[in-house]
Design a protein around this ligand. Structure first.
Ligand code: ATP
Ligand code: F6P
Ligand code: MG
Length: 323
Protein backbone atom coordinates (compact mmCIF):
# COMPACT_ATOMS: atom_id res chain seq x y z
CA UNK A 1 0.00 0.00 0.00
CA UNK A 2 1.72 3.17 -1.20
CA UNK A 3 -1.04 5.69 -1.90
CA UNK A 4 -4.52 6.11 -0.46
CA UNK A 5 -7.24 8.60 -1.34
CA UNK A 6 -9.92 10.11 0.87
CA UNK A 7 -13.27 11.70 0.04
CA UNK A 8 -16.45 12.80 1.79
CA UNK A 9 -19.82 12.09 0.19
CA UNK A 10 -23.56 12.62 0.70
CA UNK A 11 -24.75 15.15 3.29
CA UNK A 12 -21.90 16.77 5.22
CA UNK A 13 -21.73 15.91 8.91
CA UNK A 14 -19.85 17.46 11.82
CA UNK A 15 -16.84 15.27 12.56
CA UNK A 16 -16.00 14.58 8.92
CA UNK A 17 -13.04 16.97 9.23
CA UNK A 18 -11.72 15.06 12.23
CA UNK A 19 -11.88 11.87 10.16
CA UNK A 20 -10.14 13.46 7.13
CA UNK A 21 -7.35 14.75 9.38
CA UNK A 22 -6.95 11.34 11.01
CA UNK A 23 -6.79 9.54 7.64
CA UNK A 24 -4.09 11.89 6.31
CA UNK A 25 -2.03 11.84 9.51
CA UNK A 26 -2.34 8.09 10.18
CA UNK A 27 -1.27 7.40 6.59
CA UNK A 28 1.65 9.82 7.02
CA UNK A 29 2.68 8.01 10.20
CA UNK A 30 2.86 4.77 8.17
CA UNK A 31 4.80 6.40 5.32
CA UNK A 32 1.82 6.31 2.95
CA UNK A 33 0.97 9.16 0.57
CA UNK A 34 -2.58 10.56 0.65
CA UNK A 35 -4.56 12.09 -2.18
CA UNK A 36 -7.62 14.21 -1.47
CA UNK A 37 -10.66 13.99 -3.71
CA UNK A 38 -12.74 17.18 -3.85
CA UNK A 39 -16.58 17.09 -3.81
CA UNK A 40 -17.14 13.39 -3.19
CA UNK A 41 -17.78 10.99 -6.04
CA UNK A 42 -18.42 13.95 -8.38
CA UNK A 43 -14.78 15.00 -7.93
CA UNK A 44 -13.62 11.44 -8.50
CA UNK A 45 -15.54 11.20 -11.78
CA UNK A 46 -14.05 14.55 -12.88
CA UNK A 47 -10.51 13.69 -11.75
CA UNK A 48 -10.26 16.36 -9.03
CA UNK A 49 -7.59 14.35 -7.17
CA UNK A 50 -4.53 16.04 -5.62
CA UNK A 51 -1.89 15.14 -3.01
CA UNK A 52 -2.56 16.35 0.54
CA UNK A 53 -0.13 16.57 3.45
CA UNK A 54 -0.43 16.46 7.23
CA UNK A 55 0.22 20.23 7.37
CA UNK A 56 -2.78 20.93 5.14
CA UNK A 57 -5.19 19.32 7.59
CA UNK A 58 -4.10 21.60 10.45
CA UNK A 59 -6.81 23.67 12.09
CA UNK A 60 -9.81 21.75 10.74
CA UNK A 61 -10.59 19.40 13.65
CA UNK A 62 -13.06 21.80 15.26
CA UNK A 63 -14.81 22.90 12.07
CA UNK A 64 -18.25 21.79 10.91
CA UNK A 65 -18.98 20.77 7.32
CA UNK A 66 -16.32 19.07 5.24
CA UNK A 67 -13.07 20.67 4.24
CA UNK A 68 -12.97 18.50 1.08
CA UNK A 69 -16.46 19.44 -0.09
CA UNK A 70 -19.18 16.91 -0.78
CA UNK A 71 -21.86 16.18 -3.37
CA UNK A 72 -24.64 13.90 -4.45
CA UNK A 73 -23.46 12.64 -7.85
CA UNK A 74 -25.87 11.14 -10.36
CA UNK A 75 -23.03 10.27 -12.79
CA UNK A 76 -21.42 8.03 -10.20
CA UNK A 77 -24.61 5.96 -10.06
CA UNK A 78 -23.84 4.74 -13.60
CA UNK A 79 -21.20 2.12 -14.51
CA UNK A 80 -19.77 4.58 -16.98
CA UNK A 81 -19.32 7.21 -14.24
CA UNK A 82 -17.64 4.66 -11.98
CA UNK A 83 -15.33 3.61 -14.84
CA UNK A 84 -14.23 7.26 -15.11
CA UNK A 85 -13.68 7.33 -11.34
CA UNK A 86 -11.53 4.18 -11.48
CA UNK A 87 -9.53 5.72 -14.35
CA UNK A 88 -8.63 8.75 -12.22
CA UNK A 89 -7.69 6.53 -9.28
CA UNK A 90 -5.39 4.56 -11.63
CA UNK A 91 -3.80 7.76 -12.97
CA UNK A 92 -3.00 8.86 -9.40
CA UNK A 93 -1.76 5.32 -8.56
CA UNK A 94 -4.19 5.02 -5.67
CA UNK A 95 -4.39 1.54 -4.08
CA UNK A 96 -7.00 2.20 -1.39
CA UNK A 97 -9.89 4.64 -1.00
CA UNK A 98 -11.47 5.87 2.24
CA UNK A 99 -15.08 6.96 1.74
CA UNK A 100 -16.56 9.04 4.56
CA UNK A 101 -20.33 9.14 4.13
CA UNK A 102 -23.67 7.47 4.68
CA UNK A 103 -25.57 4.47 3.30
CA UNK A 104 -25.77 5.83 -0.26
CA UNK A 105 -22.06 6.60 -0.32
CA UNK A 106 -21.33 3.06 0.82
CA UNK A 107 -23.54 1.56 -1.91
CA UNK A 108 -21.51 3.58 -4.40
CA UNK A 109 -18.17 2.60 -2.83
CA UNK A 110 -19.19 -1.07 -2.83
CA UNK A 111 -20.10 -0.94 -6.53
CA UNK A 112 -16.83 0.83 -7.41
CA UNK A 113 -14.74 -1.80 -5.65
CA UNK A 114 -16.68 -4.72 -7.17
CA UNK A 115 -16.18 -3.36 -10.67
CA UNK A 116 -12.47 -2.48 -10.49
CA UNK A 117 -9.19 -3.05 -8.68
CA UNK A 118 -9.62 -0.32 -6.04
CA UNK A 119 -10.03 -1.39 -2.39
CA UNK A 120 -12.45 0.69 -0.33
CA UNK A 121 -13.03 1.25 3.38
CA UNK A 122 -16.00 3.24 4.70
CA UNK A 123 -16.16 5.65 7.65
CA UNK A 124 -19.76 6.21 8.82
CA UNK A 125 -20.26 9.96 8.38
CA UNK A 126 -23.92 10.97 8.42
CA UNK A 127 -26.15 12.80 10.86
CA UNK A 128 -28.86 10.18 10.24
CA UNK A 129 -27.33 7.39 12.42
CA UNK A 130 -28.81 4.85 10.01
CA UNK A 131 -25.92 2.38 9.58
CA UNK A 132 -25.24 -1.03 11.11
CA UNK A 133 -21.80 -1.81 12.54
CA UNK A 134 -21.44 1.30 14.67
CA UNK A 135 -23.39 2.53 17.69
CA UNK A 136 -23.18 6.11 16.44
CA UNK A 137 -22.43 7.69 13.10
CA UNK A 138 -20.25 10.79 12.87
CA UNK A 139 -22.32 13.94 13.23
CA UNK A 140 -25.38 12.47 14.93
CA UNK A 141 -24.38 13.68 18.39
CA UNK A 142 -23.65 17.21 17.16
CA UNK A 143 -26.82 17.40 15.05
CA UNK A 144 -29.05 16.34 17.95
CA UNK A 145 -27.36 18.79 20.32
CA UNK A 146 -27.74 21.59 17.77
CA UNK A 147 -31.41 20.78 17.28
CA UNK A 148 -31.89 20.66 21.05
CA UNK A 149 -30.56 24.20 21.46
CA UNK A 150 -33.37 25.37 19.18
CA UNK A 151 -35.96 23.12 20.80
CA UNK A 152 -35.07 24.57 24.22
CA UNK A 153 -35.66 28.06 22.86
CA UNK A 154 -38.95 27.01 21.32
CA UNK A 155 -40.00 25.55 24.68
CA UNK A 156 -39.45 28.96 26.32
CA UNK A 157 -41.83 30.71 23.95
CA UNK A 158 -44.27 27.76 23.82
CA UNK A 159 -44.55 27.78 27.62
CA UNK A 160 -44.94 31.56 27.75
CA UNK A 161 -47.89 31.49 25.32
CA UNK A 162 -49.32 28.12 26.33
CA UNK A 163 -48.94 26.86 22.77
CA UNK A 164 -48.60 23.61 20.90
CA UNK A 165 -45.50 23.49 18.68
CA UNK A 166 -44.77 21.09 15.84
CA UNK A 167 -41.01 20.98 15.28
CA UNK A 168 -39.64 19.36 12.14
CA UNK A 169 -36.20 17.79 12.30
CA UNK A 170 -34.08 16.08 9.62
CA UNK A 171 -34.41 12.42 8.71
CA UNK A 172 -35.87 11.59 5.32
CA UNK A 173 -35.69 7.87 6.00
CA UNK A 174 -34.43 7.72 9.56
CA UNK A 175 -36.12 8.63 12.86
CA UNK A 176 -33.06 8.65 15.12
CA UNK A 177 -32.73 12.44 15.24
CA UNK A 178 -36.44 12.82 15.93
CA UNK A 179 -36.47 10.21 18.70
CA UNK A 180 -33.42 11.59 20.50
CA UNK A 181 -34.64 15.19 20.15
CA UNK A 182 -38.00 14.13 21.54
CA UNK A 183 -36.50 12.26 24.46
CA UNK A 184 -33.96 14.92 25.36
CA UNK A 185 -36.27 17.83 24.58
CA UNK A 186 -39.28 16.65 26.60
CA UNK A 187 -41.69 16.23 23.67
CA UNK A 188 -45.22 14.91 24.07
CA UNK A 189 -44.89 12.97 20.83
CA UNK A 190 -42.26 12.01 18.28
CA UNK A 191 -43.07 10.98 14.72
CA UNK A 192 -40.67 8.80 12.76
CA UNK A 193 -40.49 7.58 9.14
CA UNK A 194 -40.18 3.99 10.41
CA UNK A 195 -43.54 3.84 12.19
CA UNK A 196 -47.09 4.53 10.96
CA UNK A 197 -48.47 7.94 11.88
CA UNK A 198 -51.68 7.89 13.89
CA UNK A 199 -52.96 11.46 13.56
CA UNK A 200 -55.95 10.81 15.81
CA UNK A 201 -53.70 9.55 18.59
CA UNK A 202 -51.46 12.63 18.39
CA UNK A 203 -54.57 14.84 18.57
CA UNK A 204 -55.99 12.93 21.55
CA UNK A 205 -52.70 12.97 23.45
CA UNK A 206 -52.24 16.69 22.89
CA UNK A 207 -55.85 17.45 23.89
CA UNK A 208 -55.53 15.31 27.03
CA UNK A 209 -52.24 16.97 27.98
CA UNK A 210 -53.77 20.47 27.75
CA UNK A 211 -56.99 19.36 29.47
CA UNK A 212 -54.88 18.02 32.36
CA UNK A 213 -53.24 21.42 32.77
CA UNK A 214 -50.06 21.12 30.68
CA UNK A 215 -48.81 24.60 29.82
CA UNK A 216 -47.37 23.73 26.41
CA UNK A 217 -46.79 20.76 24.12
CA UNK A 218 -43.95 19.92 21.76
CA UNK A 219 -44.40 17.42 18.94
CA UNK A 220 -41.16 16.49 17.15
CA UNK A 221 -41.64 15.33 13.57
CA UNK A 222 -39.04 13.75 11.26
CA UNK A 223 -39.18 15.31 7.80
CA UNK A 224 -39.79 11.86 6.30
CA UNK A 225 -42.66 10.96 8.61
CA UNK A 226 -45.69 9.34 6.95
CA UNK A 227 -47.80 12.50 7.36
CA UNK A 228 -45.36 14.41 5.14
CA UNK A 229 -43.57 16.59 7.68
CA UNK A 230 -44.57 19.01 10.42
CA UNK A 231 -46.71 21.44 8.39
CA UNK A 232 -49.04 18.86 6.92
CA UNK A 233 -49.19 16.93 10.19
CA UNK A 234 -50.08 20.13 12.06
CA UNK A 235 -52.95 20.89 9.64
CA UNK A 236 -54.43 17.46 10.29
CA UNK A 237 -53.87 17.39 14.06
CA UNK A 238 -55.27 20.82 14.91
CA UNK A 239 -58.47 20.17 12.99
CA UNK A 240 -60.72 19.20 15.90
CA UNK A 241 -58.48 20.42 18.73
CA UNK A 242 -60.29 22.64 21.23
CA UNK A 243 -58.76 25.89 22.53
CA UNK A 244 -55.22 25.13 21.44
CA UNK A 245 -53.10 27.73 19.72
CA UNK A 246 -50.33 26.23 17.62
CA UNK A 247 -47.22 27.09 15.59
CA UNK A 248 -44.92 25.09 13.31
CA UNK A 249 -41.11 25.37 12.98
CA UNK A 250 -38.88 23.43 10.59
CA UNK A 251 -35.31 23.46 11.89
CA UNK A 252 -33.80 22.56 8.51
CA UNK A 253 -30.12 22.65 7.65
CA UNK A 254 -28.96 24.44 10.80
CA UNK A 255 -28.95 20.90 12.22
CA UNK A 256 -26.17 19.80 9.89
CA UNK A 257 -23.75 22.68 10.47
CA UNK A 258 -21.65 23.80 13.38
CA UNK A 259 -18.62 22.77 15.34
CA UNK A 260 -18.53 19.04 16.19
CA UNK A 261 -18.99 17.94 19.78
CA UNK A 262 -16.19 16.22 21.67
CA UNK A 263 -17.81 12.88 20.87
CA UNK A 264 -17.82 13.50 17.12
CA UNK A 265 -14.23 14.80 17.13
CA UNK A 266 -12.99 11.75 19.01
CA UNK A 267 -15.09 9.32 16.96
CA UNK A 268 -13.87 10.88 13.70
CA UNK A 269 -10.26 10.63 14.87
CA UNK A 270 -10.65 6.99 15.92
CA UNK A 271 -12.45 5.92 12.76
CA UNK A 272 -10.17 7.78 10.33
CA UNK A 273 -7.18 6.06 11.90
CA UNK A 274 -9.00 2.70 11.90
CA UNK A 275 -9.79 3.06 8.19
CA UNK A 276 -6.10 3.37 7.34
CA UNK A 277 -5.35 0.31 9.52
CA UNK A 278 -8.04 -1.67 7.68
CA UNK A 279 -6.49 -0.80 4.30
CA UNK A 280 -3.04 -1.75 5.60
CA UNK A 281 -4.46 -5.11 6.72
CA UNK A 282 -5.61 -5.73 3.15
CA UNK A 283 -9.32 -5.34 3.91
CA UNK A 284 -11.74 -4.36 1.18
CA UNK A 285 -15.42 -3.32 1.23
CA UNK A 286 -15.59 -2.94 5.00
CA UNK A 287 -16.89 -0.15 7.19
CA UNK A 288 -15.04 0.74 10.38
CA UNK A 289 -17.23 1.50 13.37
CA UNK A 290 -17.33 1.63 17.14
CA UNK A 291 -19.64 -0.67 19.08
CA UNK A 292 -19.74 -0.80 22.86
CA UNK A 293 -16.44 1.08 23.00
CA UNK A 294 -14.60 -1.29 20.63
CA UNK A 295 -13.50 -0.69 17.07
CA UNK A 296 -15.08 -3.13 14.61
CA UNK A 297 -15.10 -3.84 10.89
CA UNK A 298 -18.36 -4.74 9.15
CA UNK A 299 -18.82 -5.81 5.52
CA UNK A 300 -19.87 -2.65 3.70
CA UNK A 301 -23.04 -4.23 2.29
CA UNK A 302 -24.22 -5.16 5.81
CA UNK A 303 -23.93 -1.53 6.92
CA UNK A 304 -27.07 -0.57 5.00
CA UNK A 305 -28.96 -3.88 4.98
CA UNK A 306 -28.68 -4.77 8.70
CA UNK A 307 -29.18 -1.36 10.23
CA UNK A 308 -31.01 -1.50 13.51
CA UNK A 309 -34.66 -0.80 13.98
CA UNK A 310 -35.41 2.21 16.18
CA UNK A 311 -35.24 0.64 19.67
CA UNK A 312 -38.75 -0.07 20.98
CA UNK A 313 -37.69 0.50 24.65
CA UNK A 314 -36.86 4.13 23.79
CA UNK A 315 -40.21 4.63 22.06
CA UNK A 316 -42.09 3.24 25.05
CA UNK A 317 -39.93 5.34 27.40
CA UNK A 318 -41.14 8.40 25.45
CA UNK A 319 -44.73 7.27 25.97
CA UNK A 320 -44.29 6.79 29.74
CA UNK A 321 -42.53 10.11 30.29
CA UNK A 322 -44.74 12.32 28.09
CA UNK A 323 -47.40 13.32 30.58
N1 ATP B 1 -26.86 2.51 -5.40
C1 ATP B 1 -25.87 3.35 -5.66
N2 ATP B 1 -24.94 3.06 -6.62
C2 ATP B 1 -23.93 3.91 -6.88
N3 ATP B 1 -23.74 5.07 -6.25
C3 ATP B 1 -24.62 5.42 -5.30
C4 ATP B 1 -25.72 4.58 -4.95
N4 ATP B 1 -26.41 5.20 -3.96
C5 ATP B 1 -25.78 6.36 -3.73
N5 ATP B 1 -24.70 6.50 -4.52
C6 ATP B 1 -23.76 7.63 -4.57
O1 ATP B 1 -23.50 8.12 -3.26
C7 ATP B 1 -23.87 9.49 -3.16
C8 ATP B 1 -24.31 9.81 -1.77
O2 ATP B 1 -25.46 9.05 -1.42
P1 ATP B 1 -26.68 9.72 -0.61
O3 ATP B 1 -27.06 10.96 -1.31
O4 ATP B 1 -27.70 8.67 -0.42
O5 ATP B 1 -26.02 10.18 0.77
P2 ATP B 1 -25.50 9.33 2.00
O6 ATP B 1 -24.12 8.87 1.73
O7 ATP B 1 -26.50 8.29 2.36
O8 ATP B 1 -25.40 10.47 3.12
P3 ATP B 1 -26.60 11.20 3.90
O9 ATP B 1 -27.78 10.30 3.94
O10 ATP B 1 -26.01 11.48 5.23
O11 ATP B 1 -26.85 12.48 3.16
C9 ATP B 1 -24.95 9.64 -4.23
O12 ATP B 1 -25.09 10.97 -4.66
C10 ATP B 1 -24.38 8.78 -5.36
O13 ATP B 1 -23.36 9.44 -6.07
O1 F6P C 1 -29.10 18.78 1.94
P1 F6P C 1 -30.02 17.84 1.26
O2 F6P C 1 -29.40 17.27 0.03
O3 F6P C 1 -31.37 18.40 1.06
O4 F6P C 1 -30.18 16.60 2.22
C1 F6P C 1 -31.14 16.43 3.20
C2 F6P C 1 -31.05 15.03 3.73
O5 F6P C 1 -29.75 14.81 4.19
C3 F6P C 1 -29.79 14.32 5.51
O6 F6P C 1 -29.68 15.42 6.34
C4 F6P C 1 -28.63 13.49 5.83
O7 F6P C 1 -27.46 14.22 5.59
C5 F6P C 1 -31.16 13.74 5.68
O8 F6P C 1 -31.60 13.60 6.99
C6 F6P C 1 -31.95 14.74 4.88
O9 F6P C 1 -33.13 14.20 4.45
MG1 MG D 1 -28.13 8.29 3.73
Amino acid sequence: MRTIAVLTSGGDSPGMNAAIRAVVRAADAHGIRTMRVASGFAGLVDGDVEPITSREVSGILHLGGTFLGTARSSRFRTTEGRREAQKHLDLAEVDGLVVIGGDGSFRGADALSREGPIRVVGVPGTIDNDLAGTDWTLGFDTAVNTALESIDRIRDTAASHGRLFFIEVMGRHSGWISLYCGLAGGATHVLLPETPTDVRRVREDVQRAFDLGKQFCLVVVAEGDQAGGAFSLADRVVEGLRDVDHRVTALGHIQRGGSPTMRDRVLGSLLGDAAVEALLDGDDRVMVGERKGRLERTPLSRSWTDHEEIPEPLISLMDRLAR
